[in-house]
Design a protein around this ligand. Sequence first.
Ligand code: CAA
Length: 257
Amino acid sequence: MELIKVTEQKEPHVALIELNRPKELNALNPQLMQEVRDALVALDKNDAVRVIIITGNEQAFAAGADIKQMADKSAIDMLLLDQFTTWDQIRKTKKPIIAAVSGFALGGGCEFVMTCDMVIASETAKFGQPEIKIGTIPGAGGTQRLTKAVGKAKAMELILTGRFLSAEEAHFYGLVNKVVPKEMYLHEAFTLAKEIAQLSPVAVQLAKEAINRSFETHLDEGLTLERKNFYLTFASADQKEGMKAFIEKRKPEFKGQ
Ligand code: CAA
């Protein structure tokens, strides 16, 4: 594991996965997501583990999919890359996953948080789907999960403007379970994890499966449409301009092409 760190028994029955690309604000490239998937598959099979915490660092949970690796890709490149199969496998994890978030959780980072089951946020956390500002749209479930989490009007505002939500706002809208001071977010995530880890692992897994089923029936169809539209943006000049402008640290000029 190069881009993540896994500790199987950080506390009894609680495993910790730390995303570890600090220089890139934990930007999520396919290798990092495959490492997360492999770790989750192994932890799911490990009887000693009952709850999993995923975290970044104080500055960032993750600032999104890796723009530098995507900028020049065509729509067909993105389709063939098929990176979201890894995300689908992550979403099949049977054990509960708590995201412990400090700093940026943007784009794919926010989508990754929403793929987890519960969220503990530091008061410094910032959530958002800013893809629109670089000429694309969420591709890892943001249009579906954010809408379920915060309601249609707020999801429209956030996804169409790329605005960020503060930790307090995210709590108000039901995106996170609890907001705590910066020094406490990981500790609080462990408190929640340990409480769940004392309970029947069988009942916990069955409850998780049942809760997820309450919206997953429509999720598959929604994800398929979102993916196709995300790939389609890579056929536009605006996506090339948006991502190039981010890399060159300037404001993009969108022409609607
Ligand atoms: N991909 C690649 N590199 C990234 C990145 C990303 N998503 N986010 C940040 N970085 C890199 C920066 O390029 C910079 O690298 P250099 O030092 O080599 O220049 C480094 O991380 C630090 O970032 P900044 O200098 O920009 O830090 P900042 O504090 O000024 O700003 C920020 C922080 C607001 C998070 C800003 O970095 C930012 O806007 N990042 C991009 C957010 C974004 O658009 N995410 C969506 C990506 S698309 C996506 O996720 C699609 C999907 O649904 C799957």
